[in-house]
Design a binder for this molecule. Structure first.
Ligand SMILES: Nc1nc2c(ncn2[C@@H]2O[C@H](COP(=O)(O)OP(=O)(O)OP(=O)(O)O)[C@@H](O)[C@H]2O)c(=O)[nH]1
Ligand SMILES: [Mg+2]
Length: 150
């Protein structure tokens, strides 16, 4: 039986692989404070809170006008990951706000007309300040945050 596919996308360093590992309950993907660590798609089957699905970690590098071959292949990976997904977790960094790259991701996702949950990560660093309304501009509603304690 084919499981539903949940893919995690967003620009480099927002915490996609960290969420991927957390869903799986183990260190399946490399987490690093360097940008662009994940380069290709990474599939794992997961059972999370009774739901069984395939979760996909992706690279966050989405260059707009690059002629670099590796960059092009990463962009194709992201496109394909979104295209085949039943649900897209679009991750942003609540401390940084919306970047140009976030907007490029938003455009790509909109083209493919998918079910999307916007996730504002690193929210525990934000203290009491609530900046998440800014992300309404991306067009995917109010973002959800991830509780730091599972
Ligand atoms: N404070 C905080 N740091 C986080 C959180 N999630 C991830 N990080 C840190 O953010 C950095 C990037 O995390 P990754 O999970 O590697 O990010 P990524 O989106 O997979 O990055 P790429 O693979 O480079 O696209 C690491 O230093 C993580 O420890 C979070 O919820 N809070
Ligand atoms: Mg990663």
């Amino acid at each position: 039986m084919k499981l539903p596919i949940v893919c995690i996308i967003g620009r480099p360093n927002v915490g996609k692989s960290s969420l991927f590992n957390r869903i799986l309950g183990r260190r399946a993907a490399v987490v690093s404070d360097r940008d662009g660590v994940t380069r290709d798609r990474h599939y794992q089957n997961a059972i999370y809170k009774g739901h069984e699905f395939t979760v996909v970690d992706t690279g966050g590098f989405l260059p707009d006008d690059s002629i670099d071959v590796l960059a092009d292949s990463v962009r194709a990976q992201i496109f394909n990951a979104v295209n085949e997904a039943d649900l897209v977790l679009f991750m942003v960094d609540i401390r940084v706000g919306i970047t140009k790259l976030d907007q490029q991701f938003a455009r790509l996702i909109r083209k493919l007309d998918k079910k999307v949950i916007l996730v504002a990560n690193k929210s525990e660093l934000q203290g009491d300040r609530q900046e998440s309304y800014e992300f309404l501009k991306l067009g995917f509603g109010q973002p959800r945050t991830i509780p730091s304690v599972p």
